[in-house]
Design a protein around this ligand. Structure first.
Ligand code: PAF
Length: 284
């Protein structure tokens, strides 16, 4: 079946309701486009969880702050359509801003997930996670998927969406797809394009610093504050400007205790024009 591209909510609902009437299971991958191999892995995961597959491409203004890169965020719709076709996507939903925010994104009803919207990246990007939760809830209402796939690279986003789905009783199974990395360990991201050659050479320090922290935790160290301080210093020493380097409980991103079994080490660091995020989980 060739992939169809639609830009209206009505067209998505019509296709999806037809498939559902045929007894199909719908898998969904929301994206902001500019697809790379990291997205391909989300798509491959989605294909294992449904027999009709929908992807959305929407650069969501509500999740960008006033001084962030909304206007310059890379937009490559033709390349995205090619990649989705090759990945076996059935429906590509590419709405404009007015379709998603008929009253403007500033005045739209919004969703806050207490305790998760405002910590870590939320502290440095006020309003970002309200924007993410709001647009994902809207997309879930439009597509009505059985399963939706999110990357573990955006671990805070994944945790927040899981909580939102439970709190709002949404009938969607949230699936996590592992982070895809370049051969030198850098997590794939559209924002890697902002790096100069020299910055790109430095960027793998983020993964290396996370690995070093995980090794210490795996060896039984539980001096979390010290691990965080040394991680921050290692990034600063390499010329990055970390917003945070934090060890948290993986289930709710709260502070861990000595006996916490599932940990995550998360960081966000600025390098030139780019703000890069990454994380590693550890189960003991
Ligand atoms: O991860 C992203 O690309 C975005 O935050 C998402 C989930 C598509 C919402 O705009």
């Amino acid at each position: 079946m060739p992939m169809e591209t639609v830009s209206t909510i009505a067209a998505v609902r019509e296709r999806v309701r037809r498939w559902r009437a045929e007894g199909r299971r719908i898998a969904f991958v929301p994206t902001m486009g500019n697809l790379h191999l990291g997205h391909v892995s989300l798509i491959e995961t989605a294909r294992r969880h449904g027999d009709r597959f929908v992807a959305s491409i929407f650069v969501n203004p509500m999740q960008f702050g006033p001084n962030e890169d909304f206007a310059h965020y890379p937009r490559t719709p033709a390349q995205d359509a090619r990649m989705l076709t090759e990945a076996g996507c059935d429906l590509m939903f590419m709405p404009d801003v007015a379709e998603i925010y008929p009253n403007g994104s500033d005045r739209a009803t919004r969703i806050e997930v207490p305790g998760l919207s405002s910590v870590l990246c939320g502290e440095f990007r006020p309003g970002h996670f309200e924007g993410v939760a709001t647009v994902v809830a809207k997309l879930f209402h439009i597509v009505e998927p059985d399963a939706a796939v999110f990357g573990e690279k955006d671990f805070q986003q994944l945790t927040l969406i899981r909580r939102m789905v439970v709190d709002l009783c949404m009938p969607v199974t949230v699936i996590a797809a592992p982070t895809v990395r370049e051969p030198d360990g850098l997590a794939m991201s559209s924002r890697n394009q902002y790096l100069t050659e020299e910055e790109r050479r430095k960027a793998p320090i983020i993964h290396q610093t996370l690995l070093a922290a995980v090794e210490r935790l795996r060896a039984g160290e539980r001096a979390f504050a010290e691990i965080e301080r040394e991680g921050t210093e290692a990034l600063e020493g390499a010329g990055l400007r970390p917003d945070y380097f934090a060890v948290r409980r993986a289930d709710d991103l709260s502070d861990p205790e000595d006996g916490t079994k599932h940990l995550v080490v998360l960081t966000a660091a600025r390098l030139g024009r780019a703000r890069l995020i990454d994380n590693l989980q550890l189960r003991t």
